[in-house]
Design a protein around this ligand. Structure first.
Ligand SMILES: [Zn+2]
Ligand SMILES: [Zn+2]
Length: 333
């Protein structure tokens, strides 16, 4: 056993520089393909709207101007509409669909993609109610006041609700910067919350769910919600003095993607949730979002020896990965 582990360590050491490069390429691929998807989706959506709805000129600028005028110069209300209400509904729309599956255990064409096959089938209603109450508390009493503070900070530095939209390309560059900032800040703040002195008081709550579901993504102690969930996401738009439209889009992406990472189903054509699901299963592995810093610090070494790691790809077929890459038979079977 000792021999085997020494062998693993030395082979990890050999592949470590290549491994890091490989994981940076993967992260660049995830961020890049997300941005390409948004670019293609944005362009074709614009084209369709202009072609079939008879919209003329710059469709998005016209839409924004209408919204801007509708708020009659009440910038604060416009900012809260974009950064509280829209992301709140994006989060709950995604989670309502997932909750239906978690509560009913149906339809089976979705439940067969479950990562931890024997868990949450169906989900414990008492545990779920407690988590939902805590999530709503965090959204209303923690995220809400934070966004008010952010509005004042951003208005002091510039004008987040300017009548002119940023260019589409600038918005995409901003999203890439936000993602990198999130990876760095989330990794280190999250690892800090795993320090034994802090873990038992704060982060243990989030880890009550060893098999997470979508809403559990912001089921956390309020202090953790501020420092580890909100701060890594909200800092980017503040630093870049972003427009409220970009900030709103980014908050929605952040909330929906953390929902996917926690949802417990590895569904086709969606980002792989294996990485963070494994974090909930094993506690001391996979702290980041994209995994670049985990590779750098070696906090994914055990993960990389598992079936979950082999399954940690974009699923491009309809065969569940637990079937195409089955668990190894247990010893003695
Ligand atoms: Zn989590
Ligand atoms: Zn954790």
């Amino acid at each position: 056993m000792r021999g085997a582990s020494t062998k693993n360590t030395s082979s990890n050491r050999h592949e470590s520089p290549g491994g890091l490069w490989d994981s940076m390429k993967k992260a660049a691929f995830v961020i890049g393909s997300g941005i390409l998807f948004l670019a293609a989706f944005g362009n074709s959506l614009t084209w369709h709207l202009q072609r079939f709805w008879g919209a003329s000129g710059d469709f998005w600028q016209n839409l924004w101007t209408k919204l801007y005028l509708a708020f009659e110069g009440q910038d604060a209300a416009l900012f809260y509409f974009g950064t509280m209400l829209i992301p709140f509904f994006a989060f709950w729309a995604a989670n309502a669909l997932l909750l239906l599956v978690d509560i009913t255990g149906k339809p089976s064409f979705i439940t067969r993609y479950r990562i931890q096959v024997d868990k949450n089938n169906p989900v414990d209603p008492v545990k779920l109610r407690h988590a939902v109450r805590s999530v709503i508390f965090n959204q209303v009493f923690i995220s809400g006041p934070m966004v008010v503070g952010i509005y004042h900070l951003m208005s002091w530095r510039g004008n987040p609700c300017s009548p002119e939209l940023p260019t589409f390309h600038w918005a995409l560059i901003e999203l890439a910067v936000f993602s990198i900032l999130e990876e760095v800040l989330f990794y280190y703040s999250h690892r800090l919350f795993h320090h034994p002195g802090l873990y038992k008081h704060f982060h243990k709550q989030h880890h009550e769910w060893t098999a997470p579901i979508g809403v559990v993504s912001i089921y956390a102690h309020p202090l953790e919600h501020v420092l580890s969930n909100m701060l890594p996401v909200v800092i980017g738009p503040v630093l870049l003095s972003s427009h409220v439209s970009t900030t709103s889009l980014w908050y929605c992406i952040a909330l929906v993607s953390t929902t996917v990472s926690h949802c417990g189903y590895h569904l086709p054509f969606l980002p792989s949730p294996e990485f963070h699901d494994f974090h909930h299963l094993r506690f001391n592995q996979c702290f980041g979002v994209f995994g670049v810093l985990d590779r750098l610090h070696g906090t994914d070494s055990k993960f990389r020896q598992t079936k979950q790691y082999e399954r940690h790809t974009l699923l491009t077929s309809f065969t569940p990965l637990t079937e195409s890459i089955p668990d190894s038979p247990k010893k003695g079977q």
